[in-house]
Design a protein around this ligand. Structure first.
Ligand SMILES: *Cc1c(COP(=O)(O)O)cnc(C)c1O
Ligand SMILES: [Zn+2]
Length: 413
């Protein structure tokens, strides 16, 4: 049972069946899932949602596949933390961290893959595939393993060891391409045209994109059924950025929260900042870039939802930051040292962007701000490894410990 009715072109509003389609035949606009909003409103309540298991299928009425037969490895319902220490450091007393490192494959991509893989199986596909900057490949490989499906995951050949291992462990067909993500994506678009495989972010992208909405639902529920004042979200393709707001709007339409007035701000690495650059120039047309940044999971130089991200920045009075590789590392360390959360480079981008936007007065200290931490730090260990303090190396004696401790700390142990 699902309330999904059809796919609809975002640009010209032509309708399509709920098949493996992603672009409009007439205008090449992206297709989105359309729902029976009245049916959803009549059937949901805060109480029924709150009574369900702590994963994203608690929002089943808002999702485009049957939750009872879905591929469920436990994605979603990750912690929302009031980040008091970090907030103090940044002058934002109402700062919250949505910690999506706590997903089954340690990134928010488990949300999109849960939906895309489930819908792909409903449509009869036996093979899952994707073009990935790393995290998506991890999640597709894991969901395919759990579902007994085959996986072909395609990545650039310069990814971090943790991202590669994080796919290999599930035994997919792992393909490393001599080229960047944009080349990988072009290749997969060609492959998808001639093979009967479900490329989760290509031919079944409308379903994939729906998974990101669940971050909006969760944050609203976890705040006590209200929308935040301001969200800061990392942007790769821009899908996550626009779908969080779609989630908040759908919750309001269903009567679960008041009409949101949430400001949506973006976070990019300077080394791959097509959206932030266009925003800074006051342009609604981004220019594609050749990525060069340690934030490899965000290294998409030609973002599919770049234009819609710019529209959203404008509509919500948001802002878009871009931060250097050094700021990214500092952001990862600041989050770890203040809140005990070890995020990957994309998380460093988010924290450094919150800092930059707060310092520039683009985030108001009174606002309830949610910063989205989308992937775990062990996946990008090499980004910080060289800048961390070494351990005390001692013999197994109290004297050796005391000498080393005092030498390091300047006071006796
Ligand atoms: C994929 C990804 C994002 C953003 O993805 P979009 O393509 O913008 O939806 C953010 N953070 C991490 C860690 C990711 O892997
Ligand atoms: Zn169209």
């Amino acid at each position: 049972m699902t309330y999904a009715q059809n796919l609809r072109c975002r640009e010209c509003s032509r309708d399509y069946p709920l098949a493996a389609l992603h672009v409009c035949d007439f205008c090449f606009g992206p297709l989105e899932v359309l729902y029976d909003d009245d049916g959803i409103k009549a059937s949901v309540s805060r109480k029924t949602i709150a009574s369900r298991p702590a994963n994203l299928w608690r929002y089943r009425e808002f999702l485009p596949c049957d939750a009872d037969t879905a591929i469920n490895i436990g994605a979603g319902f990750t912690p929302l933390i009031h980040a008091k220490n970090l907030g103090k450091a940044l002058g934002l007393p109402n700062l919250y961290i949505k910690n999506d490192t706590a997903n089954p494959t340690w990134s928010f991509k488990d949300r999109v893959v849960a939906i895309a893989s489930s819908r792909a199986r409903e449509l009869g596909y036996e093979k899952l595939a994707c073009a990935s900057t790393g995290n998506l490949a991890n999640s597709v490989s894991a969901h395919a393993a759990a579902a007994g499906m085959e996986a072909v995951v395609v990545i650039p050949n310069d990814l971090e060891a943790g991202k590669v291992l994080g796919s290999s462990i599930y035994s997919p067909t792992l393909v490393k391409v001599a080229g960047n993500y944009d080349a990988v994506n072009r290749l997969c678009a060609e492959l998808a045209g001639t093979r009967n495989w479900a490329f989760v972010n290509v031919n079944v992208r409308p379903y994939y994109a729906e998974g990101s909405k669940t971050l909006g639902y969760e944050v609203a529920e976890q705040l006590g059924w209200r929308a935040p004042d301001h969200c800061v979200v990392p942007i790769a393709s821009g899908s996550l950025f626009v779908k969080i707001r779609k989630g908040l709007n759908e919750f309001a339409k269903a009567g679960l929260i008041d009409e949101p007035h949430t400001r949506m701000s973006g976070a990019q690495a300077t080394g791959c900042s097509p959206v932030a650059t266009a925003w800074a120039e006051g342009s609604m047309n981004f220019r594609p870039q050749r990525p060069d940044t340690i934030a490899k999971s965000l290294a998409i130089g030609n973002p599919a939802d770049g234009y819609y991200s710019l529209v959203q920045l404008k509509e919500t009075n948001g802002a878009c930051a871009s931060v250097s590789d050094d700021e990214i590392v500092a952001g990862m360390k600041l989050l770890a040292e203040t809140e005990g959360i070890f995020a990957e480079t994309a998380g460093g981008v988010t924290i450094a962007s919150v800092k930059q936007l707060a310092a520039a007065g683009r985030i108001d200290p009174d606002e309830l701000v949610v910063a989205f931490i989308t992937g775990a730090g062990f996946k990008t260990a090499e980004a910080v490894a060289d800048s961390l303090g070494p351990a005390l190396e001692i013999d197994a004696t109290v004297e050796s410990f005391e000498a080393a401790y005092e030498d390091r700390e300047g006071v006796p142990a």
